[in-house]
Design a protein. Structure first.
Length: 72
């Protein structure tokens, strides 16, 4: 189980980014303790986030996109 600080170091991002990922629901986590509890993230949850965040190269559109708000 990793703390927010450890997760931030592991993902090479800021702690604020980790808190944002948690708040948006993109990074699953556990809350341990009473009240708001301490946030802990497991290795499996980090791996799940990384597999879902994997970038894929988008294929070029087959036909040009018409942008009606632009006038030529």
């Amino acid at each position: 189980m990793f703390t927010v600080k450890a997760v931030a170091a592991r993902l090479a991002c800021s702690q604020a980014t980790v808190y944002s990922l948690i708040a948006s629901g993109r990074l699953r986590h556990y809350r341990i303790g009473t009240g708001r509890g301490a946030i802990r993230v497991s290795e499996e949850q980090i791996a799940e986030f990384l597999s879902g965040a994997e970038s894929r190269t988008a294929a070029a559109p087959s036909s040009p996109v018409k942008l009606r708000h632009l006038q030529f």
